[in-house]
Design a protein around this ligand. Structure first.
Ligand code: GLC
Length: 429
């Protein structure tokens, strides 16, 4: 049970949520950046742990790291080109190395190899490209002497919390407006009380009244963060699925086939859109800050596709599918904005598309973007009964005609049909 003060904190974040979340709900697509000492190893950001690398062997990576100047500009330029609206960068990952100029420890980018504040460069780059700014911060810390001891030693816990809160304070104080505070792994402490999460997040909000905070400090806060899968949170709860591009968050030179295709990223975006969520797609820059070629190429294609079809994804969307339309269809899937349904067709059927189990009355069908209205027919064969899997199903069919013989989209073989209903489907229920 939260105390009275904690409850007051929860109530005040609830009261401001809709306003704070506005840009996020419209944004749909962001870039996650995992960059740290581990990039030099190229064996996943958990290499220190997977290989149990002793501190004495890992720490020299801090002096050896010499990223090129202003690498963040390349990331921000690519994010913009890809149609992303925000970025989230690891300011400190589990390895415990701070990417900013900090007074909390000299195990930081300004005092060691890079010799400069990499968070500052990132923030400047985001601003130059008009992207919202997120800071990832790992609560778990494999470097801090109290990072594990805090579980069993009260004095160590106090020191570690002071360190943690000091880091969060610097991040929230030194870079102007920050849009997202993205915590990660809250090992080893077992409750928000043990982490002093209420106090820490209240401090962050005092310094950054518009901030959005994720759910990884053992408080639900503003957004859910499904990881490596895209699944909507319950209605009314905001969420963002974070996904690797190639199976690793930190730079890892995997075979090109391991990178998601543009087509796959677009399908991930559709799934997020259908559930009123966002997609935070990760790129792991190389040690010098340059980006893997595969990510650059594929994101450029995603951007090309979004410039033509983005209306189906960006902006306020409603949940899809809706009752009376099929949840499963092998040729494509849905997103929705009020009366407008978007059918993201991944498997082109030829000149005619039939969608079974589709009941709402249709006003107009167009091939997106801007195509002329297509002929369609809605019918029902009452003599035949199809059973689904326990889902109520009908024989209602929507048949759309006059389509081109081959898929009109050459970027990702994902064409979009805009189906406008006669009535708002939520109002119909
Ligand atoms: C995880 C991993 C981590 C990654 C993160 C992204 O919890 O520990 O390496 O940063 O998820 O969501």
């Amino acid at each position: 049970m939260p105390t009275e003060a904690e409850q007051a904190y929860l109530d005040s974040t609830d009261a401001t949520r809709a306003k704070r979340m506005k840009w996020f709900r419209d944004a749909r697509f962001g870039m996650f950046i995992h960059w740290g000492l581990y990039a030099q190893l190229g064996r996943h950001e958990w290499a220190m742990w997977h290989e149990r690398i002793p501190l004495g062997e890992y720490e020299p990576l801090a002096d050896a790291w010499k990223p090129k100047p202003r690498a963040a500009r390349e990331w921000a330029a690519l994010a913009k080109k890809a149609g992303m609206k925000y970025m989230v960068m690891t300011t400190k990952h589990h390895e415990g190395f701070l990417l900013w100029d900090s007074k909390m420890t000299d195990y930081n980018a300004a005092r060691r190899g890079p010799g400069r504040d990499l968070v500052r460069e990132y923030v400047d780059a985001c601003r130059a490209y008009g992207l919202k700014i997120g800071f990832y911060y790992s609560l778990m810390d494999w470097h801090h002497p109290d990072g594990a001891a805090c579980l069993t030693d009260e004095a160590a816990r106090r020191r570690f919390l002071d360190f943690t809160q000091g880091c969060v304070r610097e991040l929230m104080s030194n870079y102007g407006r920050i849009d997202i505070l993205w915590y990660d792994v809250s090992w080893p402490l077992k409750s928000p009380e043990a982490w002093e999460s209420y106090k820490m997040n209240a401090m962050a909000r005092e310094l950054q009244p518009r901030i959005i905070i994720n759910n990884r400090s053992q408080l639900p806060e503003d957004i859910g963060t499904p990881e490596e899968h895209i699944k909507a949170e319950e209605t009314g709860r905001d969420w963002e699925a974070c996904m690797t591009f190639n199976g690793s968050w930190g730079f890892m030179p995997t075979p090109a086939e391991d990178y998601h295709s543009a087509r796959k990223v677009i399908e991930m975006l559709r799934t997020a859109t259908a559930g009123q969520g966002n997609l935070l797609l990760n790129v792991g820059p190389k040690p010098d800050g340059s980006l893997p070629r595969e990510a650059v190429e594929r994101l450029a294609d995603v951007g090309k596709w979004l410039r033509k079809h983005g209306a189906a994804a960006y902006g306020p969307v409603d949940r899809a599918p809706i009752p009376g339309t099929p949840t499963w269809n092998a040729l494509g899937g849905w997103s929705r904005k009020g009366r407008k349904l978007y059918y993201w067709c991944r498997q082109w059927p030829g000149r005619e598309l039939a969608i079974g189990g589709f009941s709402p009355r249709v006003r107009q069908v167009r091939l997106f973007p801007g195509g002329k209205p297509l002929p369609f027919e809605q019918s029902c064969d009452p003599r035949h009964f199809f059973s689904g899997w326990g889902e109520p199903t009908t024989n209602d069919r929507l048949v759309i005609r006059g389509l081109p013989p081959t898929c009109p989209d050459k970027i990702a073989h994902t064409a979009l049909l805009e189906i406008t209903l006669k009535q708002d489907p939520t109002a119909q229920r």
